[in-house]
Design a protein around this ligand. Structure first.
Ligand SMILES: NC(=O)c1ccc[n+]([C@@H]2O[C@H](COP(=O)([O-])OP(=O)(O)OC[C@H]3O[C@@H](n4cnc5c(N)ncnc54)[C@H](OP(=O)(O)O)[C@@H]3O)[C@@H](O)[C@H]2O)c1
Length: 302
């Protein structure tokens, strides 16, 4: 089933001040290349996403040992409509010189079989090399035309500022900070990351927006405090979804997009059906009263 996406309530959103606009939803590809997921299914996921106006695809060199990037590159060659491709550099402990980023980027471009990609992230800030040095190499990659924009991931507000300042010295903006954010994980609201994104004009790209699938699935009742907290959210999602004739996943994604214009969510999907369902979250908007109900239901989520 194709969900209605015409008359979208959530139009394109900016990747900070990079000049790049993307659909408010993207597709996470960390399971692309995993065992048991045929490539033909991923090609259908890719093309269906584009049919639905979802153009941002999120990969990383570490996803399925590079297979995610390879498959994404092949999908994009087979269906050459415009897309925005993102990948990530992992600053492993063995990567002790900033110049090692250049080789990793070359390998990513080779796997994707492209001369350049749109957005390249520092995957996480824990590294022997300072963020400033990684950002300098990112700037070199922008200047050489290999990437269009620079992002960071899993950075707190202070680390974001350091990345922003280092790029600023090279005349470049920080386009995005990709962090975990969902109705089951609301930390960016409390740790200053969402506020810093607003202040610094940096997109907040929300990963695991479906709580790794939990927000889209009704599970057998479980015991324990965390399960009870989650159950309150799942119940509220189900009720609102039922009232509106949409699905719980769509409500969860819609809630995220309502949080801020800076928000972009990248639900992982390996099927065309999930990609189309998720894109169906773009066509309408939760009311203030529904947002309040979800806030109450997730009040005890840490
Ligand atoms: N920067 C980082 O450190 C970091 C960390 C984790 C993830 N990420 C990125 O964020 C993306 C999303 O995170 P994630 O994939 O871990 O978690 P997620 O998006 O919260 O959930 C993905 C799971 O939900 C399922 N799903 C998707 N759409 C659904 C729907 N409409 N109804 C029911 N289930 C649905 C998927 O199943 P199918 O596969 O069957 O479609 C998959 O099992 C990743 O793919 C990756 O690109 C980044």
């Amino acid at each position: 089933m194709l969900w209605p996406v015409t008359g979208s309530s959530f139009g394109p959103r900016r990747l900070g001040a990079s000049g790049i606009a993307v659909s408010a939803l993207g597709v996470g590809t960390n399971r692309w290349g995993a065992q048991g997921v045929p490539e033909s299914q991923l090609e259908a996921t890719f093309s269906t996403s584009l049919d639905c106006g979802v153009v941002l695809f999120d990969s990383a060199e570490v996803y399925a040992a590079g297979r995610s990037e390879r498959i994404l590159g092949r999908c994009s060659r087979n269906d050459p409509r415009p897309v925005v491709l993102a990948s990530k550099f992992a600053p492993y402990p063995t990567r002790v010189r900033a110049a090692q980023l250049d080789r990793a980027l070359e390998a990513t471009l080779k796997r994707m079989a492209r001369a350049s990609i749109d957005l390249y992230y520092l995957h996480f800030p824990y590294s022997l090399v300072r963020i400033e040095a990684w950002m300098d190499r990112m700037a070199v990659a922008v200047e050489s035309g290999k990437i269009r924009a620079v992002g960071v991931s899993n950075c707190n507000a202070a680390q974001m500022r350091r990345a922003r300042d280092a790029l600023g010295r090279r005349g470049l903006p920080l386009a995005a900070n990709q962090v975990q954010y969902s109705l089951l994980h609301r930390k960016p609201e409390r740790n200053g990351v969402l506020a810093a994104c607003r202040e610094l004009d940096v997109a907040l790209v929300a990963y695991q927006p479906l709580g790794r699938g939990l927000l889209g699935a009704r599970l057998a009742p479980t015991s324990g405090a965390a399960a009870r907290r989650n159950a309150a959210v799942l119940d509220a999602l189900e009720l609102i979804a039922h009232e509106r004739g949409v699905t719980p996943s769509q409500v969860a994604l819609n809630w995220l997009l309502c949080q801020d214009e800076m928000l972009i969510a990248i639900p992982g999907a390996t099927s065309a059906a999930h990609a189309a369902e998720n894109a169906g979250a773009l066509a309408w908007r939760l009311s203030g009263q529904e947002l309040d109900r979800l806030d109450v239901a997730s009040a005890n989520i840490r």
